[in-house]
Design a protein around this ligand. Sequence first.
Ligand SMILES: [Zn+2]
Length: 394
Amino acid sequence: MRATRLPTPFLHTHDGTTHGHAPEPTVAAIGPGVWHVHGTVLPGAEPGDLWISGGRVHTHPIADATTIAHDAWILPGLVDAHCHIGLGPDGPVKHDTSERQALTDRDAGTLLIRDAGSPSDTRWIDDRPDLPEIIRAGRHIARPQRYIRHYADEVDPGELVTAVERQAARGDGWVKLVGDWIDRQIGDLTPLWPDDVAAAAIARAHELGVRVTAHCFGEESAAQLVRAGIDGIEHGTGLDTATIALMAERGVSLVPTMVNLENFPAIAGQAEERFPRYAAHMRALHGRRLETIGSAIDAGVRVYAGTDAGGSVPHGLIGREIELLAAVGGIEFALGAASWRARSWLGRPGLVDGAPADLVIYATDPRRDPAAVRHPVLVVIKGGVVAPATPHGA
Ligand SMILES: [Zn+2]
């Protein structure tokens, strides 16, 4: 790719240079502009041109456009399909922390987030032209003592349907259940909800026009919830062959959060002394994770990229998630899972004429160089242009 030629008035780094070596994210030109990009839009093969004006993409020339990239590789805005904005290790966080989380994701190329549960009200982000679009799932729904403290709307099984109604009203078409968690009395993962309660909650969500997804580490919860008609499974390390087949048949999505699965050995280590059975279970799930997720991909389950940022996982790791998914399903698959296929699943267009101008620009072909996905040279969000800082150690 030839050097990007953002006119200097539009490229302000904090040290006054235009080289992007600043340690802080650098904002170029948020807001309206008339831009032209030339390059290969994936998943296509032929180089072409796009024009950006009024926050939209155009496939026909627009006069007086400034060329910001030439001979580039272009992806429709990345999707982090399992991310938490407004969530920290101890639950809700302040606005400035939420803002930093969203900016970090944006600078990694994530322009659409399916928020998989947040105790914070992040509606204010919807009015910000410089922050990613968020599709919310309300707050996690769990039982008392059966999930991380201060995260969830905690209810007993008898109140699950009401909690689904409550969280459906806070969300944007999704509800998030905690499907299983450690039961400290038993010392192992067990499902949170009886079969009939889960089925009633999912049916109620569907009546409201809302999709349901669930956190499932173990075998039982995923099998139970897929049988009950759920729309998505998060993590899915306990998926068995029959459940995978049913998910493929019904079009149930799977967001494995490969980045987070890397933490299972550490989780097991911390639990070892008090809960050895749980620790061994987590190690076993981790040990066969590539096989499990690979089987789901091979069976045709719709798999999407999600980092599980928020809580304990850092934001901005969508590139790492793509690399880990590529190791299982191949790079073209992983890129689609984080971009064009995920966008279509969530009802958002690719880079067609008139679509919102959300795109990510790379200097090298990410299909040949998966590590390149971690370093977009430019991010176009809602028509505004951002030049992310070169990360430390890059
Ligand atoms: Zn999560």
